[in-house]
Structure formats: structure tokens, C-alpha cells
Design a protein around this ligand. Structure first.
Ligand SMILES: Nc1ncnc2c1ncn2[C@@H]1O[C@H](COP(=O)(O)OP(=O)(O)OP(=O)(O)O)[C@@H](O)[C@H]1O
Ligand SMILES: [Mg+2]
Length: 278
């Protein structure tokens, strides 16, 4: 059914990363690495100091932490919008020197092009790719199905709800199968029901489309429902206070996972940990 290859057989991604590993000696499963990273928007005041973080292939990793602790800054460094003052930020073992289509980005409010239809906005994701017209059309069609936008292909952004617009933004970033998708509070601006729907669709997409996800949220529930691993950052310098693996039954997107005993256990544990650092 799906036009996307299953996670485990993503030939193009595998071979590209394998080549990186051979050239650079990065650990096999590692996609992104931050090693001893320091960063500040001015040299007088550091935001991150001596930060070490690895993100593995296919992993769903979420950053939680108090406002201002540096979550968005970490995403911006990985996206390639800023360079570290010290240390290394690498993708497949190679230093990140600027934005790349291999790393997709979704923010809280995403600028869609008002003059383009849903279909055209999503296809815009291919602007830097050499994908054939036929293949890109097929992939756009599949992803529209996956994010529940069938029937809205020809609509313009002003005709869409906030949740639908966010689905278009996620689809645009995912359609090119980035090796990592960076998501900064992507569902914070929509109502609770829409948000739950978007979370479930994101998990389904994550199953279908190869790649890691680095997600930022303030919601403990959202973090537990979505993540394989949650990192709680300290208030100071983006230090890592806790690194917690989440094990919930698969498929992860089923509603039962929101009310199970295990879910509540993780939620309570994270709540207490967050309370202790705030
Ligand atoms: N463009 C900027 N110029 C100067 N300082 C900035 C800039 N962006 C962020 N900062 C500062 O860097 C620190 C970390 O900000 P960052 O946006 O990464 O935090 P955050 O954890 O994402 O917070 P929030 O949860 O509120 O989004 C804050 O003290 C913030 O004021
Ligand atoms: Mg932020």
C-alpha cells in the first residue's frame, strides 16, 4: 500500500549513512551527535555548556525542560541555523555546516505558502531534491493519505483549520524522508482533540517513514505518548538532568497507551523529576 519503504529497508538512507560511518567512524546507530557543545547568542552569556547528546537512527527523542533552558537552541544548532562556539555538532559523523534537506524542521507555527494548494505546499518539500516528477507525485499522494488530508488536496491554506495546516507542514517536512525531523512544540497551538489526533498521525508516520525525530514539548503526557526516550534538561546551560527510556506496548498510537498503568507511572515519575528541577 505505502509508497514509502519500511523503516528497516530504506536503501538510500542506509547506504548514505553507512558511507558516512565508513568515512568517519561514527557509531553505527548514531545519526546526530553533540559533543562538548557550548553555545551563546552572545559571547558574554552562554546558553549551552559542555552538552553531550546522541540521537540514534529511527529514534523518537523528546526534550523536556523549563522555559529558557535551551531546547529550541539545541534544535537550531542541529538544523544548522547556528554554529557552536565550542565542541562538535555532527550528522552521520560529518560536522553540520548549515541547513540541509537531510534534516527537516517543523515549528509551532509554520508558514505555508498562501498562494499554493495543500498538494503544492507539500510538493515544495522536494525543491532541493532530484526526485523524479512521478515519484514525488506518488509520495505526495501517499503522505496526504497518511496525514488524513485526502479530499483537501486542492484547498488553499486559508480554507484549512489550524490542525490541518499543521498536518500540511508535517507532511511537507516528511515527504522528502529526512534522516531526522526536528519539531519545536509543533502541536502547542491547537486544541486538545486535534492535538491527540496529530500525535497519533505522527506516530503512524514515524512507523512508515524512516528517520529519527527530535521533538520539543512542555507537555509530559505528549512526551510519554510519543517518545522512545525523554531527556529532561536542567535549568542551567542545557545540562542533562535525566535520560529516560519509555517502553509502552506497540503500536504506540493506540488510545489505551494514554490511560494505561505504565503510562501513569511514567507521567508521575516525570512530573516529580520536572518539579525537582523547576
Ligand atoms: N535569538 C536570540 N537572541 C538572544 N538570546 C536568545 C535568542 N534565542 C534564545 N535566546 C536565549 O537563550 C536562552 C535559551 O532559549 P531557548 O529558546 O533555546 O529556550 P527554550 O528551552 O526553547 O525555551 P521555551 O521553552 O520557552 O521555548 C534563553 O535565555 C533565551 O532568552
Ligand atoms: Mg523553545
Amino acid at each position: 500500500m505505502s509508497y514509502f519503504p519500511p523503516k528497516t529497508s530504506t536503501q538510500a538512507l542506509e547506504s548514505e549513512s553507512d558511507r558516512d560511518e565508513v568515512q568517519t567512524g561514527a557509531t553505527p546507530a548514531e545519526v546526530i551527535s553533540l559533543a562538548n557543545v557550548a553555545f551563546g547568542y552572545s559571547r558574554k552569556r552562554l546558553v549551552l555548556q559542555d552538552l553531550n547528546l546522541s540521537i540514534c537512527r529511527g529514534e523518537f527523542l523528546t526534550l523536556l525542560g523549563p522555559s529558557g533552558c535551551g531546547k529550541s537552541t539545541i534544535l537550531n544548532l542541529i538544523a544548522g541555523f547556528y554554529a557552536p562556539l565550542a565542541g562538535r555538532v555532527t550528522h552521520g559523523g560529518e560536522p553540520i555546516k548549515g541547513p540541509s534537506a537531510r534534516r527537516g524542521v517543523v515549528f509551532q507555527s509554520n508558514a505555508l505558502f498562501d498562494w499554493m494548494t495543500v498538494e503544492q505546499n507539500i510538493a515544495f518539500g522536494f525543491r532541493f531534491q532530484s526526485t523524479s516528477k512521478y515519484e514525488s507525485r506518488q509520495r505526495v499522494k501517499t503522505i496526504i493519505e497518511l496525514v488524513g488530508l485526502r479530499g483537501s488536496e486542492r484547498k488553499y491554506p486559508y480554507e484549512l483549520s489550524g490542525g490541518m495546516r499543521q498536518r500540511v507542514a508535517v507532511a511537507r517536512s516528511m515527504v522528502v524522508q529526512p534522516e531526522i525531523l526536528l519539531m519545536d512544540e509543533p502541536f502547542a497551538a491547537v486544541d486538545v482533540q486535534t492535538r491527540e489526533g496529530l500525535q497519533e498521525e505522527l506516530l503512524k508516520l514515524h512507523e512508515q517513514v524512516a528517520g529519527a525525530i527530535l521533538f520539543v514539548t512542555h507537555s509530559i503526557e505528549e512526551a510519554v505518548f510519543l517518545s522512545d526516550r525523554i531527556i529532561i534538561l536542567d535549568r542551567n546551560f542545557g545540562g542533562i538532568a535525566h535520560d529516560i527510556s519509555i517502553h509502552l506496548p506497540t503500536p504506540r498510537y493506540v488510545a489505551m497507551n494514554r490511560v494505561s498503568e505504565e503510562f501513569n507511572h511514567y507521567r508521575t515519575d516525570l512530573y516529580l523529576k520536572m518539579k525537582a528541577i523547576s
